[in-house]
Design a protein around this ligand. Structure first.
Ligand code: NAD
Length: 251
């Protein structure tokens, strides 16, 4: 029998950290051997683990990447809300260690990425694309990493530019909606784990693709699967589509 993959979990006391601790005992081949939270130094525990799983805060990612690079350990990043600079430092770290970076580890959302691209291609420019996400009131970043990825997929399929063509909410005298625009809207309230809807609206009809997560367990199981998968891979920046073995049409 092969030994279990030994995981250092960063952000262990958070909502996702607790979901991963709950899920791990029923996942064969993976074991949480160390936990860290705000104020801890990842370098302290890293030598005893095979892989680091990070669900903490975007500001922690630089230090986690540095510790993993220094120790030569693979990394799974579930944390969202990175700035462009933080994201590019993750890409640079992936030149020396394997990193799985995914805004959403659920199988269903990864199907939604694929379906969004397909629907966008099939329906064409005559359909306006709007993305609506809802999360619990304690979520710190907006829009969600998943909504951003959905908007990127829509931009890629339409030949649009995320920075130029994505409108985050609308207010005031905004005029008519340009056809080459993707709208993204973040709703916050209650204890919603994560809902995402992609709306394709044209004159006379509308298609809506919706995913609703009802338990953080689905993200936790996906992240632990990614942790097992990434050990022993060559250095690169991987997505959950790579972990799932999908031909990655959503990147
Ligand atoms: P949370 O606020 O409940 O927990 C965050 C944890 O990180 C806490 O334990 C906190 O102590 C720790 N932390 C905060 N700042 C830190 C720092 N600078 N250094 C080290 N640790 C730090 O948040 P959550 O709901 O568990 O979400 C955590 C992250 O995971 C968020 O970015 C969220 O968007 C993301 N998330 C990703 C997925 C996915 O599938 N990829 C799913 C759900 C949530």
């Amino acid at each position: 029998m092969t030994a279990a993959v030994r995981v250092l979990l960063v952000g262990a006391s958070g909502r996702m950290g607790r979901a991963i601790l709950d899920a791990a005992p029923s996942q064969a081949g993976v074991e949480i051997v160390a936990q860290q939270n705000r104020g801890d130094d990842s370098r302290d525990a890293i030598s005893d683990c095979d892989v680091v799983v990070d669900f903490s805060h975007a500001d922690a990612t630089d230090a986690v990447c540095a510790a993993c690079t220094e120790a030569g350990r693979p990394l799974v990043i579930g944390t969202t809300g990175h700035s462009a600079e933080q994201a590019s430092r993750v890409s640079r770290a992936a030149a020396s260690i394997p990193i799985v970076l995914a805004p959403n580890f659920s199988v269903g959302v990864n199907a939604l990425f694929w379906l969004t691209r397909k629907a966008s291609e099939m329906l064409g420019d005559g359909f306006d694309i709007e993305i609506v996400e809802m999360h619990h009131r304690l979520k710190k970043d907006a829009p969600s990493g998943t909504a951003k990825r959905l908007a990127e997929v829509a931009c890629e399929s339409r030949g649009l530019d995320y920075e130029r063509d994505v409108a985050h909410g609308r207010t005031g005298l905004i005029g008519e909606r340009p056809s080459n625009q993707i709208g993204v809207h973040a709703i916050r309230g209650g204890d919603v784990v994560g809902d995402h809807t992609v709306i394709f609206a044209s004159s006379g009809e509308r298609v809506e693709l919706t995913h609703k997560a009802s338990s953080r367990g689905t993200f936790a199981v996906g992240a632990l699967r990614a942790a097992q998968w990434v050990v022993g891979r060559p250095p690169a920046l991987y997505s959950m589509q790579d972990v799932l073995g999908l031909n990655d049409p959503a990147r």
